[in-house]
Design a protein around this ligand. Structure first.
Ligand code: F6P
Length: 332
């Protein structure tokens, strides 16, 4: 873990990658703790894009009033291709130097920390601490990421509503939830939503296995069912899966598909996300003041913990196998 030596007086914060409910609560905690330590704090708009364009502005504590309950990110966000180039990072560095920025706090996911790691390799004089903000919960080094709890709650509310109509019509529903590379949202939604099946990227399975599972449920007079499908599952699109199952099963009056999509990314953050974001934002300021750089601050077993960016990016966070086993058993 790289140690920075210079005194930190001016910190800039940005959000990057997909937005996640709770990012605003993290920004608020950063700004308030920075003020508490007599530091000057700056907001970079639209993540790395704003860093390259010099879209950097001073934040006062009043700027973060009345945002703790708001979804999205007041700092806006972007997925920056330009920052992936040495020229883009050089331009960003020059803008930070022009604004006398001593250190950065990056709130985002895998892509955000990959960019931060490259940046520190080239410009180690500007330390960076990361905060995990993604609904996917797929970052190694933290039990939970900001936004995950809210996203799952949104998905479960949707599933509850679908359940009413599925039951009324004796239908099988396939509900796609987000998670390009990971099944955390799908698994938690399946458990909390009482799903009849769950398909996730982390597990190999087949249409025949799924059909068997649904038939077992039907044996005990289950006339409708809901299967949760992670968007990154290995069996294909949710429409392909529904079509293939339809060819092999005749248990339901009809088969329908619902894609919850970006609904999961918005909305007021849950209490858990607000508390997590506040803790991580608050701690990130202290981490920079203590000379840390190149690390993500996360929560492990209810304690704050630090993971080097390289590890957070390279290692994949394992899904809880016991939870998965339980989800399959409870689905029957
Ligand atoms: O931020 C994570 C995530 O929501 C994934 O679950 C999803 O696959 C992706 O972002 C969608 O990204 P975009 O909004 O850029 O299409």
């Amino acid at each position: 873990m790289a140690k920075a030596t210079k005194e930190i007086k001016r910190i800039a914060v940005f959000t990057s990658g997909g937005d996640a409910p709770g990012m605003n609560a993290a920004v608020r905690a950063i700004v308030r703790n920075a003020f508490n330590n007599d530091l000057h704090i700056y907001g970079i708009m639209r993540g790395y894009e704003g860093m390259i364009d010099g879209n950097i502005r001073r934040l006062e504590t009043t700027d973060v009033g009345n945002i703790i309950h708001r979804g999205g990110t007041v700092l806006k966000t972007a997925r920056s291709q330009r920052f992936m180039t040495p020229e883009g990072r050089k331009q960003a560095y020059e803008n930070l130097v022009d604004n006398d920025i001593d250190a950065l706090i990056a709130i985002g996911g895998n892509g955000t920390f990959t960019g931060a790691m490259k940046f520190i390799e080239e410009y180690p004089d500007i330390p960076v601490v990361g905060i995990p903000g993604t609904i996917d919960n797929d970052l190694f080094g933290t039990d939970f990421t900001i936004g995950f709890d809210t996203a799952v709650n949104t998905a479960v509310q949707a599933v509850d509503k679908i359940r009413d109509t599925a039951d009324s019509h004796n239908r099988l529903f396939f509900v796609e939830v987000m998670g390009r590379h990971s099944g955390f949202i799908a698994l938690h939604t399946a458990i909390a939503g009482g799903a009849g099946g769950v398909l996730i990227p982390e597990e190999e399975t087949s249409i025949d296995d799924l059909v068997k599972l649904l038939k077992r449920g039907a044996k005990r007079a289950k006339l409708f069912s809901i299967v949760i499908v992670a968007e990154g599952n290995k069996m294909g699109t949710v429409y392909d899966i529904a079509h293939k199952v339809e060819e092999k099963i005749d248990l339901y009056d009809d088969i329908k598909v619902t894609v919850i999509g970006h609904l999961q990314r918005g909305g007021s953050p849950s209490t858990l996300d607000r508390v997590l974001a506040s803790v991580l934002g608050f701690t990130a300021v202290e981490a920079l003041m203590a000379g840390k750089s190149g690390v993500m601050v996360g929560i492990k077993n209810n304690n704050v913990d630090y993971t080097p960016f390289a590890e957070a990016i390279a290692k994949s966070k394992p899904l809880n196998k016991d939870l998965l086993r339980m989800a399959h058993i409870l689905a029957q």
